[in-house]
Write a protein that binds this ligand. Sequence first.
Ligand SMILES: [Fe+2]
Ligand SMILES: [Fe+2]
Length: 349
Amino acid sequence: MNQLFKPSNAKIATSLFSFAQSNVYKKGFDRECTSDIEEEAVSYTKQLIEKAFGQADPDALLDLHRTVFQILTANFALHWKKDAINAQLPVFMRIVHLFSEAVDASDRKRLSGDFDALVAAGKDDLSGAIKEHVKQHPHNVHHPVFDFLEHEATFEQLSEFIVQEAPFDMLFGDIVSLMLPGIYDEMKMEILNNYLDEMGEMKVDGVHRTMRVNMMEKIGITAERYENIEGFCVEELALANMYMLAGFNRNKLAELIGMLLATEEVVPGRLRKQVFGWRRVGVPDENMPYLIQHISLDVVHASGWMDNVVLPLISENPNVLPDMIWGVVRRLDAAGTICDVLLERMKKM
Ligand SMILES: [Fe+2]
Ligand SMILES: [Fe+2]
């Protein structure tokens, strides 16, 4: 019996997201959240999962992604800036775990063809197979969204694209940092290198997140917009959630390494086209060092990540090849879905 989530009982919550939003930083919620409330939240999560993945209900999927994004980002919050941080309470951990399993199972059904083919090809020539897969992927730089950004998009449409990509981009450095613990061999140095680049080579103004915030502010996008969970499309939340779910679950470290490889491989071409688009609408280069730097930087990151993380990892631990490939396949798929949706969204503006 659902009490908490019935619209008739709206004073408590009308969606799982509002339950998470009102309680994840609430002082005293650890005592307030009785086992009845916990079970009710878990049971409601299961219903949403059935609707989202069993019946392809878009509202249920959106509610779940907003909820999980809200909970997982609380793991990066600062307790001196919040009343409390409740992300580690059993109720929230259970919601996240149920969702993680469900989304993984759903992706596995959908992407098994790509996955099996790449695992088979990767056993002979891992680096070649992945590069070829990335190059041929319909969602790489030849996706029409990038031509649109380069040649047609207005200032507002380009801004909307930047806003939509914020949830994942802004978390990127923190997610890379989650890969550092527990690794002590040569791989560590490459992860650290990547992380230090993300940290602007240890200059505060050069931290990539800060550069991205500065760019958004210069083009008139305020925090109200880039921090508003309800403003993001479900596909972008899904990408950020996929990365965080892998970052916070040590069973998924190889998957996370594969995701990062795919990211570094696809970013440079995409950003080049965006930069051309921004120049076309009159934005000077000094307002977008964030975009310009990544065009060349991520080429270096991609080859370093392949040679110094992925190849040594798999040669020493061939059993994690499927996990790593799973990360590549999921990341490319997620990026592609975003391209389709954002193109449509911008054209409707
Ligand atoms: Fe970066
Ligand atoms: Fe990078």
